[in-house]
Write a protein that binds this ligand. Structure first.
Ligand code: SF4
Ligand code: SF4
Length: 325
């Protein structure tokens, strides 16, 4: 007979930013901005579970996925508070204390500086210095931590979420060994690769803190909430879930201008592209004929280019010039 052991929650280290950065409701608000397929949601869920079971924290969790296929801009909002604090908020946060940016290319189109609080902590996947990233982030004041997460993940055979989660948890003051153990337990087959990425990210991250020097103003957050919430929800507890949806979101961000070129004269209308497309909305069909690419939905994955058969007139779908697969 085996006896299950339950971990006893311990207080978080007193110098943890999670305890120092709170809003008027007692919450430390963390936002992860990523693309579908990065694993941001998975890593954040693990962080949330560990924090609530090991350090006696409580809080709320919200993730907006959009399309599950790789490429859609997604975000995860995590709120931490002390046990006993009423958790009254749901949905995405508009005023993060902590922001983790999985791709620099998301900063401008999503205006990620908007809503950042005074003294915010920004963790950015970048090979640039914190000084350069601070300018790009238009950060009023706070700390920028840069980590070349894409390179580290590739070199370690891991995923982008590992180096990003490592730096996030480390900067939040969560003891490294606890999160390392959780990763090894959660993904045992990839433990060596993931932990390699974890350690390298913490070791290679660069950090700088910036005072309010008048260079950038604090800008109001983009309001993504509907009018209904915990104060005025409808009978039956209904809240305005539609507001939290990504239906209608323009996915040009995800493709980043990288959509296939279509050559109608070479197309046989065989339909093979439709069978492989990661978002069939990216392919425009009219009356049984392929007519082009809709760049609002195309994720730029180039699967259709790979599958499109060569005809006597060549390939109907090709990679745009200047971009290699
Ligand atoms: S796979 Fe190529 S040839 Fe076939 S319908 Fe699509 S674009 Fe046309
Ligand atoms: S590149 Fe092709 S397969 Fe990929 S999303 Fe765009 S249209 Fe679909």
């Amino acid at each position: 007979m085996t006896t299950a052991t339950r971990e006893i929650p311990t207080p978080l280290p007193a110098d943890s930013p999670v305890l120092a950065m709170r809003d008027e409701l007692g919450m430390c608000n963390i936002l992860l901005s990523a693309l579908g397929g990065d694993g941001a949601n998975m890593a954040a869920k693990l962080m949330f579970k560990v924090a609530c079971t090991r350090w006696n924290l409580d809080g709320g969790y919200d993730a907006r996925y959009g399309s599950e296929k790789k490429g859609t801009a997604t975000d995860v909002s995590v709120r931490f508070c002390s046990v006993g604090t009423p958790v009254r908020q749901s949905g995405p946060t508009t005023n993060p204390h902590v922001l983790a940016v999985f791709h620099q290319s998301l900063i401008e189109p999503l205006q990620l500086w908007r809503g950042l609080r005074r003294g915010a902590l920004c963790i950015v996947n970048s090979h640039h210095s914190p000084d350069v990233v601070r300018e790009r982030m238009r950060l009023h004041s706070g700390t920028v931590v840069c980590v070349d997460a894409t390179r580290i993940a590739a070199e370690c055979g891991s995923r982008l979420n590992m180096p990003m989660a490592a730096v996030l948890c480390h900067q939040l003051g969560f003891p490294d060994h606890v999160f390392r153990n959780a990763i090894a337990k959660q993904w045992p087959n990839a433990a060596e690769r993931n932990l390699g990425a974890f350690d390298r990210a913490i070791g290679e991250a660069t950090r700088a803190t910036f005072a309010d020097d008048g260079r950038f103003a604090i800008e109001a957050g983009v309001v993504t909430r509907g009018p209904l919430g915990w104060r005025n929800m409808l009978n039956g507890g209904t809240i305005d879930a539609l507001t939290h949806s990504t239906v209608g979101r323009d996915n040009r961000i995800a493709a980043g201008g990288r959509v296939p070129e279509f050559h109608a004269e070479s197309c046989s209308n065989c339909g093979i592209c439709l069978t492989v497309c990661s978002d069939p909305g990216g392919l425009l069909w009219r009356e049984g004929r392929m007519t082009g690419i809709d760049d609002r939905f195309c994720k730029g994955c180039m699967r259709c280019v790979e599958a499109c058969p060569e005809t006597k007139k060549g390939h109907a779908l090709t990679v745009p010039l200047g971009i290699s697969e």
